[in-house]
Ligand binder design. Structure first.
Ligand SMILES: Nc1nc2c(c(=O)[nH]1)N[C@H]1C(S)=C(S)[C@@H](COP(=O)(O)O)O[C@H]1N2
Ligand SMILES: [Mo]
Length: 325
């Protein structure tokens, strides 16, 4: 994730010092190696499979045909080996090996605030009670890399029906796990982010209730890998990836707009809305184009709302998207 003190890799002086094609190749090799595509060929000893031990999804799920892609599905080892999950590491390729230590059961999600169904619920109860389906979604990180993933998840709409927010609920806050014993990036003294956790994100109620919003519980026909935010994470495909908080332990309904991790950290750089928008640049780089994992040279134009305008544009009618970025 690009932050104030950690600019994206291609903005570092290092990238200026290295001729672009050389630099690009090095990055690609790193990303690919992390994706376990090159390691076997290179004969490295350690098990390089980032999906090793990730079980198949425990029940049949149907693909919802309504959501189609304009690009190939990203190779699964890449989606599982190139991760932003700062609780483990700020190094994308280091996340999945570190995440192996995370304990997934028991796992409780607390429902709180302005809703009728309050209190702790076991994630397995949620999985038993609520419907799950597969959806192919584009995914766009604020850093300009993009992927396309077959997620499995609970439509947030179904979840809201079950939780019954009151009429006072105007926003939903999603909070990620805080467990320094299993998340090295949360250990005090290990970098500037340690003190800022838990990671939390938020949506307006109407955004949460949009048909696209998903509580993801799986990908590529498997349960969600730890590095991708197991056992349950948010997916909001028309917004930059940082809105999609991982490993949720609390979902809270609030009357006022909640504080969110990146907006709080650098409000000029990361807005609350974070809607994908080619015309609204990040202060340090353009958002006009994106590149598809794993190759920086596989570039294309960024689409407003990540191409989901038909479903979401009405949510922002009359709003100035430059001010409400
Ligand atoms: N708890 C938590 N959630 C998080 C992050 C994080 O660091 N911690 N990173 C975000 C960012 S910046 C992105 S791009 C996506 C990456 O999801 P992926 O690793 O499954 O591709 O997760 C988002 N959710
Ligand atoms: Mo991101």
């Amino acid at each position: 994730m690009a932050a104030v003190h950690i600019p994206p890799a291609w903005a570092l002086p290092e990238s200026e010092a290295t001729p672009e094609p050389v630099y690009r190749n090095r990055r690609e090799v790193l990303a690919l190696a992390a994706g376990a595509l090159l390691l076997p060929a290179l004969g490295c000893g350690a098990d390089p499979d980032p999906l090793e031990g990730v079980p198949r999804y425990p029940r049949p799920v149907k693909r919802n045909p309504r959501y189609t892609l304009d690009r190939p599905i990203t190779k699964k080892p890449l989606a599982a080996a190139f991760n932003n999950f700062y609780e483990f590491s700020t190094d994308k390729s280091a996340v999945w090996p570190l995440a192996k230590k995370l304990t997934l059961r028991p796992w409780t999600v607390k429902l709180a605030g302005e809703c009728k169904r309050k209190g702790p619920v076991d994630v397995d109860l949620i999985l038993r009670k609520l419907p799950q389906e597969e959806r192919l979604y584009r995914f766009r990180c604020v850093e300009a890399w993009a992927m396309a993933v077959p997620w499995i998840g609970i439509p947030m709409r179904a979840f809201l029906k079950w939780v019954e927010p009151t009429s006072k609920a105007k926003y939903v806050r999603f909070v990620s796990l805080h467990r320094p014993t299993e998340m090295p990036g949360q250990v005090r003294g290990r970098g500037e982010f340690a003190a800022l956790f838990p990671y939390a994100e938020g949506l307006r109620m109407d955004e949460a209730a949009n048909e696209l919003t998903l509580l993801a519980t799986g990908l590529y026909g498997r349960t969600l890998p730890k590095q991708n935010g197991a056992p349950m994470r948010l997916i909001v495909p028309w917004k930059y990836g940082f809105k999609s908080a991982k490993s949720l332990v609390r979902i809270e309904f609030t009357k006022t707009r909640p504080k969110t991790f990146w907006n709080d950290y650098a409000p000029r750089e990361y807005g609350f809305y974070a809607n994908v928008n080619p015309k609204v640049s990040h202060p340090r780089w353009s958002q006009a184009r994106e590149w598809l994992l794993p190759s920086r040279s596989d570039e294309r134009a960024t689409q407003l709302f990540n191409g989901y305008g038909a479903q979401v544009a009405a949510l922002y009618k009359g709003m100035n998207l430059r001010e409400n970025f």
